[in-house]
Design a binder for this molecule. Structure first.
Ligand code: GNR
Ligand code: NI
Length: 174
């Protein structure tokens, strides 16, 4: 396993439309393992393959919502291969979103509160589930990455430019 470097804006790779995985094999599983390790190292709750420079429709999510008796988060990483949104709710929900590819910047994004998603697991098995809450938001954020879309694309131009300007400033002092 390996922690991989995370691609950040304005890297053009973040705008690519990732390709479906043709066959779920050991190469896919190795990518998933590296992505999970990278997600934890960066303290993220999700990661899309393009964020580590691989344009494949693979993402990993672990909300780490549960804690053990010592208050340590319980790890329960899940891989989603070729995920597809089947349907979305009319109801929207707003979260203060962040992105590992747009470090330390956050903004409120409204998205469908629930979505029905279909995907393959690491063994190639098919699943379909109705998601809601933070998982629905995170899933939509990650699937956006597979389509070259970032959370700032859901903001007004003014707010998007503010986020990008703050990031530029932050990088100058860093
Ligand atoms: O770690 C992350 N937190 C987060 C918070 C609210 C909505 C979406 C996310 S995903 C983000 C990690 C990331 O950039 N995934 O692509
Ligand atoms: Ni992101």
């Amino acid at each position: 396993m390996a922690v991989l470097p995370i691609v950040e804006v304005p890297d053009p790779r973040l705008r690519l439309v990732s390709k479906p995985v043709e066959q779920v094999d050991d190469t896919t599983r190795q990518l998933v393992a590296d992505m999970i390790e990278t997600m934890y190292a960066a303290s993220g709750i999700g990661l899309a393959a393009i964020q580590v420079g691989v344009a494949s429709r693979v993402l990993v999510i672990d909300l780490q919502a549960e804690e053990d008796a010592d208050g340590k988060p319980v790890r329960d990483p899940k891989a989603y291969i070729n995920p597809e949104v089947v349907s979305v709710s009319d109801e929207l929900s707003t979260y203060n979103e962040g992105c590992l590819s747009i470090p330390e910047q956050y903004a409120e994004v409204a998205r469908p509160a629930a979505c029905r998603v279909r995907w393959l697991d690491e063994q190639g098995g098919a699943h379909e589930e109705e998601l809601d809450g933070l998982l629905a938001t995170c899933m939509q954020h990650e699937i956006d990455h597979l389509n070259g879309v970032l959370f700032i694309d859901h903001l007004s131009r003014l707010k998007r430019d503010m986020v990008l300007k703050k990031l530029t400033k932050l990088r100058k002092v860093a």
